[in-house]
Design a protein around this ligand. Structure first.
Ligand code: ADP
Ligand code: MG
Length: 626
């Protein structure tokens, strides 16, 4: 509890004790009124002040206004009736404040919970200086510096390990509890915790551009993107409060007026009391607080599982997803190709690999990485010039002065180079030098271990349509699709074809939503075109973090059904709260208008509904292990 909350608690206790004492002290008349005014003001003075301020500012209709009018009205009525029963007004204020205190405590608690989950912000970076370690602000570390990370410390900045080996705990980022081993030469991503060995890291990014900063930005901004349900609630509150005020006014005036016309006694007291009760009942706090809190908790729970959702609107859309479209390479497959063979070589095999690897040296495509690995020697960048990457086709570059073309059938056809088609299954990379065909490299990729399971889990949770798109050729595509039991496949697509395919599928969707899952390499346009773009394995890939709406921190396909289940659970909680809160409200309003509910019941209903709704909202924070 913070200081403000403690003071509130003290005020509540003090007022309650005073009220109980006054109950046993006989008093009457004006003295009694003044005595009772003390606990009332102790517990409610800030509400009265806010109500007056609201009226002055012209923003009349808020909860404070409702509470102020209802309680002041009840006191005035007691004075007028000479009943001297002021406890009701004090109790209403008291319970309202208990509700407010609980709510601020719950919100603070869940916020703290989420920031704890996202406790990846590094406070310092160690730099070696004069034989010792110096702690400096990560913001002040320039690219290419050597930093030292000791066991138990967070990796502050992205980089490459230059010395040491260790295992990393990435659970705060990915939700994955298995430690990840890392050694000299590996890329290392900020936000993970170094567990066993001392690591020296050459930084490749500034702190502000490092993964950890990007992720924190993303999480912190998530609550600013509002969902339709939240919009609905704030619009609802805007019309609702004035509506109930008018309702209360009518309730106070109309029946007595009718009675007078009919010639019977007006019964002002009864109807004014009912109108005041009506005001207390109508307070919309449960809704106003629990809906955003549910989304907040849902986003927090998801990030605990390594699923970053950029806003509650995306959580809402995700829950309505009925079609999931996958990219193949790097999403369903590992994207780590192995060279299976080199066919029809017109120059030595080693030379073909060398040209290919050099031409690919600047590409981030998984194919490029695999060819560079196969080559195995350091890349001499000055041998390569004029690199042109043709997305979805391949690469053209000058290597040692020879124009090297390296890519699929499509690339060869556009360049007018006669190629020898390959009959083995695998991704075929043709290589040509100065327009002359020199042979092709057959590479193959393996399906990710959880891919088939993920497809099955998606089917089980009611995803009607599962589609795979790929720029690879039909044979490879068919093989992957049949091993995963995906029935709709489109192959030989350029990145722009993928966009039009997704648009086509979007057109046939109707009201349900389409999610596209990619790895962020050359599929950013599709990620942003789909209703929901999900980037996987995004740790360290800026493009993916930027383009996607949902970012999966590791590349496990099981995260997709999990993300959908989390979103559905969260939305279910949101709807439960909306229905529950509005339902109870309407019931109490009717009872209040009929004179069955008094102010006591009204305030219990209001605070009770709010507490239940908030507890329900917090459920969204807890994600079952899948
Ligand atoms: P996917 O849709 O499976 O992710 P891409 O659109 O990334 O595939 O690539 C489609 C095809 O284009 C690849 O199978 C390959 O034949 C060719 N290609 C793309 N980039 C490269 C590259 N850098 N080098 C060689 N071939 C490439
Ligand atoms: Mg791809």
């Amino acid at each position: 509890m913070n200081r403000k909350q403690k003071i509130m608690l003290l005020r509540i206790i003090l007022a309650a004790v005073l009220m109980a004492l006054l109950h046993f002290i006989p008093s009457s008349g004006i003295l009694r009124f003044i005595l009772y005014l003390v606990p009332y003001l102790i517990v409610g003075y800030d509400i009265l002040r806010k109500a007056v301020r609201g009226i002055i500012r012209g923003q009349v209709f808020d909860e404070c206004f409702l509470m102020a009018v209802a309680t002041v009205g009840a006191i005035a009525l007691a004075l007028y009736e000479k009943s001297s029963d002021y406890t009701e007004a004090i109790a209403v204020m008291l319970f309202y404040q208990i509700g407010e205190l609980f709510q601020s405590y719950a919100v603070g608690k869940s916020r703290k919970n989420i920031t704890e989950l996202m406790d990846i912000r590094p406070d310092y970076a160690n730099i070696e200086r004069d034989g010792g370690l110096e702690k400096i602000d990560p913001d002040d570390v320039s690219i290419g510096s050597i930093i030292v990370v000791q066991p138990g410390e967070k990796v502050p900045i992205d980089g490459i390990v230059t010395e040491g080996s260790s295992s990393l705990n990435t659970s705060a980022l990915t939700g994955e509890s298995m430690p990840r081993n890392i050694e000299t030469g590996d890329e290392i991503i900020s936000g993970s915790i170094n567990m066993t060995g001392v690591l020296k890291i050459r930084t490749t990014k500034e702190f502000g551009e490092s993964t950890v900063s990007k992720i924190l930005d993303l999480v912190e901004n998530a609550s600013s993107r509002k969902s339709k349900s939240e919009d609905f609630i704030s619009k609802f509150a805007r019309v609702y409060t004035p509506a109930v005020c008018i309702g209360a006014l009518l309730l106070a005036l109309l029946p007595p007026f009718i009675s007078i016309v009919m010639g019977s006694p007006a019964g002002w007291e009864t109807w004014i009391y009912r109108a005041l009760t009506f005001l207390v009942i109508s307070c919309p706090c449960a809704l106003v607080i629990s809906i955003p809190l549910s989304f907040f908790a849902g986003i927090g729970g998801a990030s605990k599982a390594g699923i970053l959702v950029k806003g509650s609107n995306y959580l809402e859309t995700l829950s309505k997803t009925k079609t999931v479209v996958f990219d193949k390479t790097g999403t369903l497959t590992k994207g780590v190709f192995e060279v299976n063979g080199i066919h029809h070589g017109r120059i030595p095999d080693a030379a073909i690999i060398e040209y290919a690897a050099l031409a690919e040296s600047a590409s981030s495509h998984p194919i490029a990485r695999s060819l560079i690995d196969e080559y195995g020697k350091p890349i001499e960048r000055d041998r390569v010039k004029n690199i042109r990457e043709i997305s979805g086709s391949g690469i053209i570059a000058e290597v040692d002065g020879h124009v090297t073309a390296c890519g699929n059938d499509k690339l060869m056809r556009t360049l007018g180079i006669e190629y020898i088609p390959c009959h083995s299954t695998g991704t075929i990379i043709h290589v040509a030098l100065d327009g002359e065909y020199t042979g092709h490299i057959v590479i193959s990729d393996t399906v990710k271990p959880h891919a088939a399971e993920a497809v099955k889990a998606l089917r089980n949770s009611g995803i009607r349509n599962i589609v795979m798109l790929t720029g690879d050729d039909a044979k490879v595509a068919e093989r992957v699709a049949s091993s995963l039991k995906i029935d709709t496949v489109y192959s030989n697509l350029l990145p722009s074809d993928k966009v039009s395919k997704v648009e086509e599928l979007l057109g046939s969707e109707g009201k349900s939503k389409l999610a596209f899952v990619g790895d962020g390499i050359n599929d950013a346009p599709v990620l942003s075109r789909a209703d929901i773009g999900i980037a996987m394995g995004a740790m360290g890939s800026d493009a993916a973090i930027e383009a996607a709406d949902v970012v999966l921190m590791d590349d496990d396909p099981m995260k997709i059904p999990k993300a959908i289940n989390i979103s559905r659970k969260c939305l279910k909680i949101v709807y439960e709260n909306i229905v529950f809160a509005i339902g109870i409200k309407i019931l109490c309003l009717i009872l209040g208008a009929m004179g069955i509910a008094n102010m006591w019941l009204a305030i219990f209903a209001d605070v009770g509904v709010m507490i239940i709704a908030v507890l329900n909202a917090i459920r969204a924070l807890f994600v079952r292990k899948l």
